[in-house]
Design a protein around this ligand. Structure first.
Ligand code: NAP
Length: 279
């Protein structure tokens, strides 16, 4: 197939690696000429350009730009496409994107691969990034069956596990397991560096090991991505943050009261719940 990728960064570049290795003809468009040259040299794409017209003959286009650019980029792109071209995006938020693009392009289907790293840009792209990871598709009532099938087949070929849900359900679910953790983990780092004794702060930095590495990882990632999560999934994220604050207050109260039995109960039920989210 002739497949287009718009936005050659971590996700777009990683998709390019895998799609090329399956024999697809992969055409990439990015903002900077230097990124296009790197993507060709690294083997992410067969051809690359800063011109959207490169994607004119593609059968499917994956939009992999930062969230805030997905809608404006598709608005420009569609002038170059034939009506049957399937367009899908990889944005971490779905409702505002699907609401804007479904009326604009008949063969549009929203998507979100639940895979990534804290690095960004074409040099961060990895092979098999999507293997055995969830990939959410968010068709709506008007999404043509053919668009769903085409994207499903490509996603399945990446080795990803396909899920379907409504865009709004997606946004609430990722608010809990992706967007809230970015804010919580960021607040953890911010709290640590608020230590006023420089010697204690230095010791904390020296002592930090695997536990801190795990819990601070997503809070130490790309700030622009974090801002976009908050901006585009504001309502769901605020709801999750308020519930999280409530849970923290409960813990503070139990520790103040020295209610160790109830604290243990709470921590035990957390321990039992965790395997329902991750192995
Ligand atoms: P990224 O590494 O920063 O890549 C985005 C790329 O888009 C940049 O490398 C940039 O390329 C290009 N770009 C920026 N403006 C552009 C424009 N106007 N036209 C064309 N290309 C443009 O970001 P990413 O992590 O791959 O994220 C991309 C999308 O994937 C986002 O929508 C995000 O929500 C979603 N996503 C991210 C993750 C994650 O963990 N990172 C996971 C799932 C989904 P230049 O070098 O040419 O400027």
């Amino acid at each position: 197939m002739k497949i287009g990728i718009l936005g050659l960064g971590l996700i777009g570049g990683s998709l390019g690696f895998d799609l090329r290795s399956q024999g697809h003809d992969v055409l990439g468009v990015s903002r900077q000429e230097s990124t296009c040259q790197k993507a060709i040299a690294l083997g992410n794409v067969d051809q690359a350009s800063v011109e959207l017209s490169l994607l004119a003959d593609t059968e499917v286009v994956f939009i992999c730009t930062p969230i805030g650019l997905i809608v404006p980029q598709v608005q420009q792109l569609i002038a170059h496409l034939s009506p049957g071209t399937v367009v899908t995006d990889v944005g971490s938020v779905k409702a505002p994107i699907v609401q804007a693009l479904s009326p604009l392009w008949e063969h549009f289907i929203g998507g979100h691969p639940m895979a990534g790293t804290t690095d960004s840009g074409i040099e961060a792209a990895q092979r098999n990034l999507f293997f055995a990871r969830p990939y959410v598709l968010t068709p709506v009532d008007t999404t043509p069956r053919v668009a769903i099938t085409v994207v499903e087949e490509i996603v399945r070929s990446l080795g990803a596990i396909i899920y379907h849900c409504h865009p709004e359900q997606h946004d609430r679910a990722v608010s809990w397991i992706s967007h809230l953790p970015v804010m919580v983990s960021g607040s953890l780092i911010a709290a640590c560096i608020s230590e006023t004794d420089p010697d204690v702060l230095q010791l904390a930095q020296n002592f930090a090991s695997s536990g801190f590495r795990d819990t601070s990882r997503v809070g130490g990632g790309n700030p622009e991505l974090g801002v976009m999560m908050a901006q585009y999934n504001r309502q769901a994220l605020l709801g999750s943050l308020q519930q999280y604050r409530h849970k923290l207050d409960e813990l503070i109260h139990l520790i103040e009261q020295e209610n160790w039995a109830l604290l243990e109960n709470k921590l035990r039920s957390n321990q039992q719940a965790r395997p329902n989210f991750v192995d």
